[in-house]
Design a protein around this ligand. Structure first.
Ligand code: GDP
Ligand code: IMO
Ligand code: MG
Length: 423
């Protein structure tokens, strides 16, 4: 097996960073295929957390090459800061990070537009990360975007930006073409050696038999096509996003691993059927440190939603999952798993709701399981898990009809039970 995809199963923050860092030990190349700095992937390095936004989570492994694929949107200023932060930590980035020339660029005015649009929507806003993601993908789709490759042809950059400016209301009051170029070109110049034809590069490497890991950002239910629209991001975190976001054909994507916490979380707006009741949630959020890695916002927390995850496994073709943060369920007397939704007292829904009104009315149907009192943080072997924790994992496997191949019991790389070798 020489390719593995790691994909979030719900609304992001499933612990993908940790799993990618861990599986990265066996990889030659790790590639991000969508999203931008809206992602916040936490990796423990020398015992401390480090949050990556654009650079793949395998960068801590010296032998791994990291690639930012064409499906990503790149805020050069943030990227530059991220590179410098890693270098300060003693991580060599030059020569180990490549950026697709086809990727689109997020400029300061995209961030401005993102914030403005959220403000104008008032209480009906989407709760975006304010990183300019939506507006960058809008420009890409409208075919007025700027790609990384455009920095290699600076003479044409001005006219490209001019087209963009002419098409946007109110932009000239805030920014000028000259100020945008002055702000971005020097950074692009300094990163020039990172820019490659990543489509060609990655396909050649796969054909040579190199082990490639595709790192998803966000999660299946934030997918612009398959998620809980409009409360989604503007890219495709699902498996199809790999093909369009890297140029690797579907036939080369061998093993798709879904990542989920042992419970559910959501940050930003949109219905969340299995949300805990308020008092319990507050305590749980504090104990489980459920605050956004990018924005610091409190994450809503709830029971494991097997009905939603079944949908996610279906659209990604997933048979193996990694379950993270199992340690955070310790001490809860009865643990619930949502196995279906009922709406207006009618019979259970057959499929995951399309309309958000229906999702907001969904009443979860739960199965209940005994909890465990033991502290399992850092457990590395299955035999050290309490029987109730093993029963819970077994229940997840039966309900979802998948194998739980990895169990994470703490944020560190070593705090993991590996049940199956994946490479
Ligand atoms: P990502 O966006 O999917 O990479 O996830 P985030 O990094 O945004 O959020 C996951 C959080 O959970 C991070 O703070 C991780 O350090 C932490 N984490 C990951 N796995 C575990 C685990 O098994 N137990 C605990 N306690 N924390 C974990
Ligand atoms: P990782 O990769 C959790 C959410 C935002 C908002 C919606 C749209 O760390 O799992 P956007 O800024 O993308 O236009 O916001 O998507 N969102 C995330 N939630 N984890 C993420 O990334 C997210 N990236 C975006 O909160 O609801
Ligand atoms: Mg995150």
């Amino acid at each position: 097996m020489n390719t593995i995809a790691v994909i979030g199963l719900l609304w992001g923050d499933e612990g993908k960073g940790k799993i990618v860092d861990l599986l990265g030990e066996g990889a030659d190349i790790i590639i991000r295929y969508q999203g931008g700095t809206n992602a916040g992937h936490t990796v423990y390095h020398n015992g401390s957390p480090l949050v990556l936004h654009l650079i793949p989570s395998g960068i801590f492994n010296k032998k791994v090459i990291c690639v930012i694929g064409n499906g990503c949107v790149i805020d050069l200023d943030s990227l530059d800061k991220e590179i410098k932060l890693l270098e300060k930590e003693g991580i060599e980035v030059r020569g180990r990070l490549f950026i697709s020339k086809r990727a689109h660029v997020t400029f300061p005015f995209h961030i401005f537009e993102d914030k403005k649009s959220e403000k104008e929507k008032g209480p009906k806003n989407l709760g975006t990360t304010s990183r300019g993601i939506g507006p960058t993908y809008v420009d890409k789709s409208a075919r007025i975007g700027v790609q990384i490759v455009d920095f290699l042809y600076p003479d044409e950059l001005e006219s490209k930006l001019r087209v963009k400016f002419d098409s946007k209301r109110g932009m000239a009051e805030q920014y000028s073409v000259a100020s945008i170029i002055d702000g971005s070109l020097p950074i692009a110049e300094s990163l020039k050696e990172y820019f490659i034809d990543a489509v060609h590069y990655i396909n050649v490497k796969i054909n040579e038999g190199k082990k490639v890991l595709f790192e998803g950002a966000q999660g299946t239910l934030l997918d612009i096509d398959l998620g809980t629209y409009p409360y989604v991001t503007s890219s495709n975190p699902t498996v199809g996003g790999i093909c369009t976001g890297t140029g690797v054909p579907a036939s080369k994507i061998k093993n798709v691993i879904g990542v989920t916490k042992a419970y559910a979380t959501r940050v930003g707006k949109g219905p969340f059927p299995t949300e805990f009741e308020e008092k319990f949630q507050e305590q749980f959020r504090t104990d489980a440190s459920e605050f956004g890695a990018t924005t610091g916002r409190p994450r809503k927390c709830g029971w494991f939603d097997a009905f939603a995850i079944k949908y996610a496994c279906m659209v990604n073709g997933i048979q193996s999952i990694a379950v993270t943060k199992l340690d955070c369920l310790s001490g809860i007397r009865k643990i619930k798993i949502c196995v279906g939704y009922r709406v207006r007292n009618e019979k259970q829904l057959e499929s995951f709701p399309v309309h958000q009104q229906l999702l907001s009315e969904a009443v979860p149907v739960y199965e209940e399981f005994d909890g465990w009192s033991e502290d399992i943080r850092g457990v590395r072997s299955e035999k050290d898990l309490p029987a109730a924790a093993l029963d819970y994992l077994k229940a997840l496997e039966c309900i979802l009809n998948v194998r739980v191949v990895l169990v994470s019991t703490g944020p560190g790389r070593e705090d993991t039970i590996v049940r199956e070798e994946l490479w």
